[in-house]
Design a protein around this ligand. Structure first.
Ligand SMILES: [Zn+2]
Length: 296
């Protein structure tokens, strides 16, 4: 089975003292390796303890170092260019969930050199670059945020609008010259939730040629079970085109799970529900986006 998972808080999992390599969590490197050809957007998620989000440069660097050390030990391939996606085994695409530790857009230059290829302008807090999904005054992208998007486009870093506000998402989609993604977001039309995307946001992402990673975050689904995930995929697929549906499990970032979707093994149950669309959702669509967006 091939799997492209757009969102795993691997850095966060490791920073909490859990074993990603061979541990008993919902996913692990061993479990991923057993699937075969796998690409995962491995997030630097800078919470240092349950519920505490504190994106300091130190936390960012230590999670980044962890990913690079996995590569150094020969356990994973870090994807830096489009061609790296064709390498066998487990491939990690390093992402950053939130920009609170950046002093300005130019920090993206050294982050890119260190291997970063996905950046989310915000987590649940507003930043100097953009308003977040919890913003009371949705100011969208700031001037600095626009600069961040332009620089990301030039370098080949993909923008992730999950956790962004509505206006931020629309702004990113309208100025980005490359496909935009939501690594882990569901549909507002099926469940009212501040983390979900409304139809206009989905349309904006689709216009860039991007993908939406449907996700397992309980409370964002029409029903908190594997069928709920399939129905979000179905909604986006039928209404906006199946080429724009992907999966971002978020297995390592959650403390509760939808029924029947709490372990990597359950992805095959989701595949059964997706039927003929499974290959695109679980692999091909996200692959297409990264092939075109990453440096060549
Ligand atoms: Zn998240």
């Amino acid at each position: 089975m091939k799997l492209f998972d757009l969102h795993e808080d691997i850095g966060y999992w490791h920073s909490r003292g859990f074993d990603f390599v061979s541990g008993q969590g919902p996913t692990s490197l061993e479990k991923l390796s057993s699937l075969g050809d796998v690409a995962v957007v491995a997030m630097i998620f800078p919470a240092t303890g349950r519920g505490r989000y504190d994106l300091t440069l130190n936390v960012l660097l230590s999670q980044l170092k962890y990913f690079l050390s996995l590569e150094r030990e020969g356990k994973v391939k870090i994807v830096r260019s489009a061609g790296d996606l064709d390498r066998p085994g487990v491939k990690l695409i390093i992402g950053l969930e939130g920009t609170d530790a950046l002093s300005d857009a130019y920090d993206l230059l050294w982050l890119f050199n260190a291997g970063l290829r996905v950046i989310a302008p915000t987590w649940n807090y507003n930043t100097k670059f953009a308003a977040s999904c919890t913003s009371k005054k949705d100011y969208g992208l700031t001037d600095q945020g626009e600069e961040l998007v332009r620089l990301a486009n030039e370098l080949g870093v993909v923008i992730d609008v999950s956790h962004s506000s509505r206006q931020t998402t629309l702004d990113v989609a309208s100025i980005s010259k490359r496909p935009v993604i939501a690594t882990h977001s569901n549909a507002m039309a099926l469940k009212q939730h501040y983390r979900n995307l409304d139809d206009e946001e989905i349309e904006g992402i689709v216009r860039t040629g991007g993908v939406i990673g449907v996700t397992s975050i309980p409370g964002t689904l029409p029903s908190d079970d594997v069928k709920g995930i399939a129905s979000v995929a179905n909604y986006i697929g039928e209404r906006f085109g199946w080429d724009h549906v992907a999966l971002g499990t978020d297995f390592l970032g959650l403390d509760r799970y939808p029924q029947g979707f709490s372990d990597l093994a359950n992805v095959s149950d989701l595949a059964s529900l997706l039927g003929v669309h499974a290959d695109g959702v679980l692999w091909g669509n996200a692959l297409r986006v990264f092939r075109s967006a990453l440096p060549h």
